[in-house]
Ligand binder design. Structure first.
Ligand SMILES: *Cc1c(COP(=O)(O)O)cnc(C)c1O
Length: 501
C-alpha cells in the first residue's frame, strides 16, 4: 500500500502534509498595519456568550504555504481542464472562460440578496431574461430558477404534483418510475411522500407501454421519466405516455438534467410534459462535480405553474422588475432567490452560443457519443441496439473470460491519462460502462480514448494482472473500495498505518 509509483521521480512534496501539520506558531498570511482605532474591550463589542472560546486548532500559515498546499494537491488530481472526462450522465464539458469573466463583474458579484429591489434591477432583468430563454427552449409556460441542484429541482417538481393533487382534494400515493431512471428520481419521490412503482424497461431500453397500462390506477399521481434515459436512449413514446397519464388525471415529470442531448432540437412542453427540471451546470456550463455548485431550474406547464417554488421575476407595466411568489407555491427550498452566479454563467453561455449554436451542441454531443459507439462496439459489448443520443452504455461482457471487470477497466484508464466513465450504472446493465464524451471534445481526444480502451481490452487478454492491479501511475494506487468508503482516511499515507503495517 505504501509503494510509490515507480515511474515518477521521488519529489519532496509527494507526502504533502495537512495544513494543520504545516502550521507554525505565529506564522501569518497577511501583515496588517497598526490599527488607528482606539482599542476597546472585546466584551463591549461582542458579548462573551456569542464568542467562540478556543481558536487554538486553526492552522497558522503564510500565504505561500497555503497556495502551494492547494496547488500540490490539485496536481495529484484530474480535471476537465486536463483532458476527456467521460462521466456518463454528468456532462463534464468544457466551461468557456467568458462565463467566468462575466460572473466576476462587480455589479453581478458584489450584490447582496437583502438589497432593495430597485438597486438590483439589472440582476432581476438577467433572471427574467434567462427565464424567457428557458421557456423558449423548453416550450413550458413558466420556469422557477430557485432550486440549487438537479435533485432539488426534482423534489420541487414532485412536491408541485402533490400540491396540485391536494388542491383537487386527492391524495394519490404512487409515482411510476422506470428502472432506467436516474437514481435521484426515486429518492425525490420518496422524500415528497410518494411510493414508487418501478416500470421494467423493454429490450429496446425504453418504457414498455403495456407496463404503464398495467401499473396505472386512480392511485397514481404521475410518472417520472428521464429523457433521454440513463441508457442514452430517447423515450420515443413519451407523447403516448403523457396522454395515458393525463386521461387518468395524473402528471408527467420529465428529468431534463441531460437536456444537452436535444436542446434546440425538441421541446418537452410539446411532448405533454407537466413539469421538468434542467441542470444549468451540465447543459449550460458551470464547473461542477465534487459537490457543487449547481442550479436546477424547474419548468411547469399551465397545469402546475401556480405551484412553482421560490419567487419568479415579473416585469411591471413601467418596465421595472420584481420578485413575486406564485399564487399557490410549494414555498422555498433554500435561502433567497437562487444560485445567482450559475444563472449568470448559463445566460452568458446561451447568449454566446445563440439559438443555432445550441442546436449544434445537441448535434455534436450525439455525434461524439455515436462516434465512440461505432469505434468501440466490436471491442466492448453494447448494452442496447437502440440508437444512442448523447451517451453510450457498454458492458464488460466481452471480457468475462479474462477475469477483468468494468472496475479494472476504469482503474486502468487512469494510467492512460483519462478520467474513467460512470461505471456500474445504470443498474439494469450488468458491469455498465456509461460514456458521455460531450460535444466539446475534438476527434483527436476521442481517438486517443478509443485507443486506450482498445489497448486495455488487449491487455485484459495478454496480461490480465496488469489491468486487475491498476492503476499503476497515479498518486494513489488501488484502494480497498469498501474500506475507503467506510473509514475514509484523508491523510496522505497515514503515519499510524505505516507504523502498524
Ligand atoms: C445529474 C443528474 C441528476 C442530479 O442532478 P444534481 O445537480 O447532481 O442534483 C438528476 N437526473 C439526471 C438524469 C442527472 O443526470
Amino acid at each position: 500500500m505504501t509503494d510509490r509509483p515507480s515511474t515518477t521521480p521521488e519529489i519532496a512534496w509527494r507526502n504533502e502534509p495537512l495544513l494543520f501539520e504545516r502550521s507554525r506558531p505565529g506564522r501569518v498570511g497577511v501583515m496588517l498595519p497598526p490599527s488607528g482605532v482606539e482599542e476597546r474591550p472585546l466584551d463591549e463589542l461582542i458579548p462573551a456568550e456569542l464568542r467562540r472560546g478556543d481558536l487554538e486548532e486553526l492552522p497558522e500559515l503564510s500565504e505561500v504555504d497555503v497556495i502551494r498546499h492547494f496547488t500540490r494537491i490539485s496536481r495529484k488530481n484530474y480535471a476537465i481542464d486536463l483532458g476527456l472526462y467521460p462521466l456518463g450522465s454528468c456532462t463534464m464539458k468544457h466551461n468557456p472562460r467568458i462565463n467566468e469573466e462575466v460572473v466576476r463583474y462587480p455589479g453581478l458579484s458584489q450584490i447582496h440578496p437583502y438589497q432593495p429591489e430597485e438597486t438590483v434591477q439589472g440582476c432581476l432583468e438577467l433572471m427574467w431574461h434567462l427565464e424567457r430563454v428557458l421557456v423558449e427552449l423548453t416550450g413550458m409556460q413558466r420556469v422557477s430558477l430557485h432550486p440549487s441542484a438537479g435533485a432539488q429541482g426534482e423534489l420541487a417538481g414532485v412536491l408541485m404534483i402533490r400540491k396540485a393533487l391536494e388542491a383537487r382534494g386527492e391524495n394519490r400515493r404512487y409515482l411510476l418510475i422506470p428502472d432506467s431512471a436516474h437514481g435521484t428520481n426515486p429518492a425525490s419521490a420518496y422524500m415528497a411522500g410518494f411510493q414508487v412503482k418501478e416500470l421494467v424497461s423493454n429490450d429496446r431500453g425504453t418504457i414498455d407501454l403495456e407496463e404503464v397500462v398495467r401499473e396505472m390506477s386512480d392511485e397514481v399521481a404521475g410518472a417520472m421519466i428521464t429523457v433521454p434515459n440513463t441508457l442514452g436512449v430517447f423515450e420515443d413514446q413519451i407523447v403516448e405516455i403523457a396522454d395515458m397519464l393525463h386521461e387518468k388525471g395524473a402528471f408527467l415529470y420529465c428529468d431534463g438534467a441531460n437536456f444537452n442531448a436535444y436542446v434546440g432540437k425538441a421541446r418537452p412542453g410539446q411532448m405533454g410534459v407537466d413539469v421538468l427540471h434542467m441542470n444549468l451546470h451540465k447543459t449550460f456550463t458551470t464547473p461542477h462535480g465534487g459537490g457543487g455548485p449547481g442550479a436546477g431550474p424547474v419548468a411547469a406547464s399551465h397545469r402546475l405553474a401556480d405551484h412553482l417554488p421560490g419567487s419568479l421575476v415579473e416585469r411591471a407595466e413601467d418596465g421595472t422588475f420584481r420578485l413575486r411568489t406564485p399564487s399557490d407555491s410549494i414555498g422555498r427550498l433554500r435561502s433567497f432567490s437562487s444560485q445567482f452566479g450559475i444563472l449568470t454563467r448559463a445566460l452568458c453561455y446561451i447568449l454566446s452560443m445563440g439559438g443555432r449554436g445550441l442546436a449544434q451542441v445537441a448535434e455534436n454531443a450525439v455525434l461524439n457519443a455515436n462516434y465512440l459507439r461505432k469505434a468501440l462496439e466490436g471491442t466492448y459489448h453494447l448494452a442496447h441496439e437502440t440508437p444512442s443520443l448523447h451517451e453510450v452504455v457498454f458492458s464488460d461482457r466481452t471480457l468475462a473470460d479474462t477475469g477483468v471487470t468494468t472496475l479494472d477497466v476504469a482503474k486502468r484508464l487512469m494510467d492512460y491519462g483519462f478520467h474513467p466513465p460512470t461505471i456500474y450504472f445504470p443498474l439494469i446493465v450488468h458491469g455498465a460502462l456509461m460514456i458521455e464524451p460531450t460535444e466539446t471534445e475534438g476527434k483527436e481526444e476521442l481517438d486517443a480514448f478509443v485507443a486506450a480502451m482498445k489497448a486495455i481490452a488487449r491487455e485484459a487478454r495478454e496480461s490480465p494482472e496488469l489491468v486487475r492491479e491498476a492503476p499503476h501511475e497515479t498518486p494513489v494506487r488501488r484502494c480497498d473500495e469498501a474500506r475507503a468508503a467506510r473509514q475514509p482516511v484523508l491523510r496522505w499515507w497515514p503515519a499510524e498505518e505505516e507504523a502498524a503495517e
